[in-house]
Design a protein around this ligand. Structure first.
Ligand SMILES: [Zn+2]
Length: 108
Protein backbone atom coordinates (compact mmCIF):
# COMPACT_ATOMS: atom_id res chain seq x y z
CA UNK A 1 0.00 0.00 0.00
CA UNK A 2 1.11 3.55 -0.64
CA UNK A 3 2.37 5.53 2.34
CA UNK A 4 0.30 8.71 2.90
CA UNK A 5 3.38 10.52 4.23
CA UNK A 6 6.01 9.83 1.59
CA UNK A 7 4.21 7.88 -1.16
CA UNK A 8 6.46 4.82 -0.90
CA UNK A 9 4.74 1.68 -2.32
CA UNK A 10 4.83 -0.75 0.62
CA UNK A 11 3.59 -4.34 0.73
CA UNK A 12 -0.17 -4.54 1.09
CA UNK A 13 -0.04 -6.03 4.59
CA UNK A 14 2.64 -3.61 5.84
CA UNK A 15 2.00 -1.86 9.18
CA UNK A 16 4.88 0.61 8.96
CA UNK A 17 6.33 2.39 5.96
CA UNK A 18 9.66 0.91 4.88
CA UNK A 19 10.85 4.27 3.65
CA UNK A 20 9.89 6.79 6.35
CA UNK A 21 8.78 4.42 9.21
CA UNK A 22 5.42 6.20 9.55
CA UNK A 23 2.61 4.03 10.89
CA UNK A 24 0.24 3.10 8.07
CA UNK A 25 -3.39 3.67 9.17
CA UNK A 26 -5.56 0.52 9.43
CA UNK A 27 -8.51 2.17 7.68
CA UNK A 28 -6.27 3.06 4.74
CA UNK A 29 -5.03 -0.54 4.55
CA UNK A 30 -8.65 -1.75 4.56
CA UNK A 31 -9.60 0.72 1.81
CA UNK A 32 -6.70 -0.06 -0.52
CA UNK A 33 -7.12 -3.00 -2.87
CA UNK A 34 -4.29 -5.23 -3.95
CA UNK A 35 -3.51 -4.72 -7.66
CA UNK A 36 -2.22 -8.32 -7.67
CA UNK A 37 -5.59 -9.73 -6.57
CA UNK A 38 -7.37 -7.53 -9.14
CA UNK A 39 -5.08 -8.86 -11.88
CA UNK A 40 -5.49 -12.50 -10.76
CA UNK A 41 -9.30 -12.18 -10.75
CA UNK A 42 -9.17 -10.77 -14.28
CA UNK A 43 -6.85 -13.62 -15.24
CA UNK A 44 -9.58 -16.14 -14.37
CA UNK A 45 -12.41 -14.21 -15.96
CA UNK A 46 -12.23 -10.91 -17.76
CA UNK A 47 -14.14 -8.23 -15.79
CA UNK A 48 -13.85 -9.75 -12.28
CA UNK A 49 -10.89 -7.52 -11.41
CA UNK A 50 -12.90 -4.46 -12.41
CA UNK A 51 -15.75 -5.52 -10.08
CA UNK A 52 -13.20 -6.08 -7.28
CA UNK A 53 -12.01 -2.50 -7.94
CA UNK A 54 -15.57 -1.24 -7.47
CA UNK A 55 -16.20 -0.62 -11.17
CA UNK A 56 -19.36 -2.75 -11.22
CA UNK A 57 -20.83 -1.43 -14.50
CA UNK A 58 -17.52 -1.66 -16.34
CA UNK A 59 -16.92 -5.16 -14.94
CA UNK A 60 -20.34 -6.42 -16.01
CA UNK A 61 -19.89 -4.89 -19.48
CA UNK A 62 -16.50 -6.60 -19.82
CA UNK A 63 -17.92 -9.95 -18.65
CA UNK A 64 -20.65 -9.64 -21.32
CA UNK A 65 -18.14 -8.57 -24.01
CA UNK A 66 -15.87 -11.47 -23.06
CA UNK A 67 -18.74 -13.96 -23.30
CA UNK A 68 -19.70 -12.58 -26.73
CA UNK A 69 -16.06 -12.75 -27.79
CA UNK A 70 -15.89 -16.43 -26.77
CA UNK A 71 -19.02 -17.10 -28.75
CA UNK A 72 -17.46 -15.33 -31.77
CA UNK A 73 -14.71 -17.95 -31.87
CA UNK A 74 -17.29 -19.82 -33.87
CA UNK A 75 -16.92 -16.98 -36.41
CA UNK A 76 -13.08 -17.12 -36.09
CA UNK A 77 -12.88 -13.38 -35.18
CA UNK A 78 -13.19 -14.44 -31.52
CA UNK A 79 -9.69 -15.92 -31.70
CA UNK A 80 -8.44 -12.35 -32.16
CA UNK A 81 -10.77 -10.42 -29.82
CA UNK A 82 -10.74 -12.84 -26.85
CA UNK A 83 -6.97 -12.68 -26.10
CA UNK A 84 -6.99 -8.89 -26.59
CA UNK A 85 -9.89 -8.43 -24.15
CA UNK A 86 -8.30 -10.85 -21.69
CA UNK A 87 -4.87 -9.17 -21.63
CA UNK A 88 -6.38 -5.68 -21.57
CA UNK A 89 -8.69 -6.71 -18.68
CA UNK A 90 -5.74 -7.91 -16.57
CA UNK A 91 -3.70 -4.80 -17.33
CA UNK A 92 -6.62 -2.44 -16.68
CA UNK A 93 -7.53 -4.16 -13.38
CA UNK A 94 -3.96 -3.83 -12.13
CA UNK A 95 -3.53 -0.22 -13.17
CA UNK A 96 -6.95 0.84 -11.85
CA UNK A 97 -6.30 -0.71 -8.41
CA UNK A 98 -2.93 1.01 -8.21
CA UNK A 99 -4.33 4.38 -9.31
CA UNK A 100 -7.18 4.07 -6.80
CA UNK A 101 -4.71 3.26 -3.99
CA UNK A 102 -2.57 6.27 -4.84
CA UNK A 103 -5.64 8.50 -4.75
CA UNK A 104 -6.79 7.06 -1.39
CA UNK A 105 -3.34 7.66 0.10
CA UNK A 106 -3.26 11.18 -1.36
CA UNK A 107 -0.17 10.35 -3.47
CA UNK A 108 0.05 11.76 -6.97
ZN1 LIG B 1 6.41 6.64 4.12
Amino acid sequence: MFCPSCGYPNRYDARYCRSCSARLPDELRAAQHSPGIAAVLSFFWCGLGQIYNGQIGKGLAMIAAYAVSWWMMWLVIGFITTPILWVWGIYDAYRTAERRNRRLAGVT
